[in-house]
Design a protein around this ligand. Structure first.
Ligand code: SAM
Length: 403
């Protein structure tokens, strides 16, 4: 009879350039267990993206570049960073689960990065305030909690070097997408909107909350990248010390007005109390404050694309990388490189089938038509059927009416 895996069984898997020891249940069960140590194999894409971003955004001229995997689980991200980004000189692993940090230690050993690793078993905030404070701040800190990162924003911001980088995951997407608006308001200081583009709104709420906490500490954030898919949101920001720029933080925040009757949406700098939809005259609902400015550093994205291109050439000559994985990373960053990321909302191609009571047109056809009619329009990484455009709803409908 075949024996089922128990929590005491371990397996070795390959991810990126590393080998990881992981609980067998994490790869066989639908929901990865928290005991003995948490590992989510489905987060591989998300870790691949983070390696590309860290590698292409860290200033090579910096000294003593350190990476803190502040909620490391069994160390998947930190071990990959240590192995795949040689310019990172020190990797610090922390988790309050002792079995996690013990496994991270084994994983650091089998991947030959033990000599440049430190391990701690502490609650994140007491760990950061004791080990990464003032003269020992970190160059990059990753925050990857179960659920909301909101309670930990202060402590990672206090522990980061000037011009360092923070990366943050939120998996409380129901809250950020508007299922529990009161919870969202108290955790992220902003009102969400349950719309077809709520994941993008959630991403921008996380950024605005991070910027507000940062400005309380005289810090200023500059988003480098942000993406979300189904149950996670992830943002990357450079953090700099500047009272002057912290004062200007509010320029980057604003509100979205959405009409739930006809789908009209609009950006507002100040939060009005009541506004009626200019198209159908119904009362509009307001979301925010949220980050309404750019969310991508396009220079970093172009560097990533150049790296992918170079790896493709090497792969053709026998390097060990899956072509399929490389293609999906390339497609993802190609879309991001063109995305109109200063527009804080998008439309979905199928919305217009319903709105205009005709058949839905393919995304590329819609974008091409808008461009022909003189509007800027691009796909978005926030939805496979989504597009951004400078045209408003009335203009889009007019443009599509003679498609
Ligand atoms: C989502 S998992 C991290 C996964 C890991 N970053 C990866 O890429 O595989 C969250 C981890 O945070 C740890 N954790 C949760 N709350 C914590 C806290 N307050 N302080 C330190 N660790 C914490 C958990 O034990 C768990 O291992």
């Amino acid at each position: 009879m075949e024996r089922k895996n128990s929590e005491y069984d371990w397996s070795k898997i390959k991810e990126g350039e590393v080998t990881l020891l992981v609980p067998s249940l994490a790869i066989n069960q639908k929901e990865p267990p928290k005991f003995p140590a948490f590992f989510n194999p489905a987060a591989k894409f998300n870790r691949d993206i983070s390696i590309l971003i860290y590698r292409n955004s860290i200033d090579q001229s910096r000294k003593n570049i350190s990476f803190v995997d502040s909620m490391c689980g069994l160390g998947a991200r930190g071990v990959r960073v240590g192995k795949e980004i040689p310019q990172i000189q020190k990797v610090v692993f922390n988790d309050f689960n002792m079995l996690s940090t013990q496994t991270a230690k084994v994983n650091a050993m089998i991947n030959n990065i033990y000599h440049k690793s430190n391990f701690h078993t502490s609650e994140i905030c007491s760990f950061l305030s004791a080990n990464a404070n003032f003269d020992r701040r970190a160059t990059v800190i990753d925050l990857d909690p179960f659920g909301t990162p909101a309670p930990f924003l202060d402590c990672i911001l206090r522990a980061i070097e000037n011009d360092g980088m923070i990366s943050i995951t939120a998996t409380d997407t129901a809250v950020l997408q508007g299922v529990y608006p009161r919870v969202c308001y108290r955790k992220y200081y902003g009102i969400p909107l349950r719309t077809r583009y709520s994941l993008e709104i959630g991403t921008r709420l996380l950024l605005s909350c991070t910027s507000l906490v940062a400005s309380r500490l005289d810090l200023y954030i500059n988003p480098i990248f942000a993406h979300s898919y189904r149950n996670y949101i992830r943002v990357y920001c450079k953090v700099s010390k500047s009272n002057y720029l912290a004062n200007k933080m509010s320029d980057k925040l604003g509100y979205i007005l959405h009409c739930f009757e006809c789908g009209y949406r609009e950006l507002m700098k100040k939060g009005p109390s009541e506004v009626n939809c200019p198209l159908c005259q119904k009362k509009m609902r307001m979301g925010g404050p949220l980050w309404i400015s750019r969310i991508f550093d396009k220079t970093v994205i172009f560097k990533i694309l150049a790296e992918i291109l170079e790896t493709e050439t090497r792969t053709a000559q026998g390097a060990n990388l899956s072509k399929q994985e490389m293609n999906s990373n390339k497609r993802f960053f190609e879309i991001a490189s063109k995305e109109l990321d200063h527009i804080p909302y998008h439309y979905n191609s199928d919305e217009f089938g319903k709105l205009m009571k005709n058949s839905t047109h393919p995304l590329t056809k819609i974008i091409d038509k808008l461009i022909t009619d003189g509007f800027n329009a691009t796909p978005t990484i926030f939805s496979p059927t989504g597009f951004k455009t400078e045209a408003n709803l009335r203009e889009i409908k007019y443009s599509l009416s003679n498609l």
